[in-house]
Design a protein around this ligand. Sequence first.
Ligand SMILES: [Cu+2]
Length: 294
Amino acid sequence: MARGSRLARLAALGLLGVATLTGCEMPNNEFWRFGWPNGITEQAEDMRKLWTGSVIAALVVGFAVWGLILWSVVRHRKRSDELPKQTAYNLPLEIVYTILPFVIIAALFFFTVVVQDKVMKRSANPDETVAVRAFKWNWQFSYPDKKGQNGAPVTTVGTTSEIPILVLPTDRKIRFEVSSADVIHSFWVPEFLFKRDVIPGNENGRNNVFEVTVHEKGAYVGRCAELCGTYHAYMNFEVRSVSGDDYDAYLAAREDGMSTSEALEKIGQPGHATATHPFDYLQNGNVVKQSSGG
Ligand SMILES: [Cu+2]
């Protein structure tokens, strides 16, 4: 009877954990994020829910274990020299503590796969497509569907004195196709909570395509996350997420022949990067000062 009720209690705790993981709306604030960074994409939010649910499940298991330890220590502390009842080779008990961890791992694995599938999902028809090209040591962003005055796709290229700005719309599915002109780089926007290696020779269509939907407007730094040579650390760019209308107006201005910064100013945005700035660097032992913004 005692064993039965304990099992029932453990099962109830397990169910609570699963119910928590399947995540009825979990509040998103400093406490419930349990140290998880606050992402700005739909995919980042899915990952955040997985993290919050996993931590809650871990705490439920933790409190059950700590409770059992405490109970054993207090209830079964030594009272006399008489040997207490021995319970080795209690088969039902051994089966339970073999199966329970397996169930816990299976649940964590299940929800991890579900979220991973969401994060890696490629839709048949994304709303926007951006081609990202990494090279030593900067970035080029182009919009293959939008043609500028010269008939070539609208493009922004970074230079040593100008941080390239990748303008993105909020609340639209954006497909990224990343490619490299030389060595392995890695496309990383910390606020996306996502990075993807940019591998030369792996041209559009395979593992170099991913999608995000950005929720928050703002300016966010992007980085190269793969050591790619001397000026790797200087490969910063900026993501500027704006409303869908502003994004359309920005691209229309680019199609009319405006530069990145002119088109940004036209939609009321700062024309140069605000989340990061060009670095000063050493050339022949001298610090080369760069204009802030180009
Ligand atoms: Cu790089």
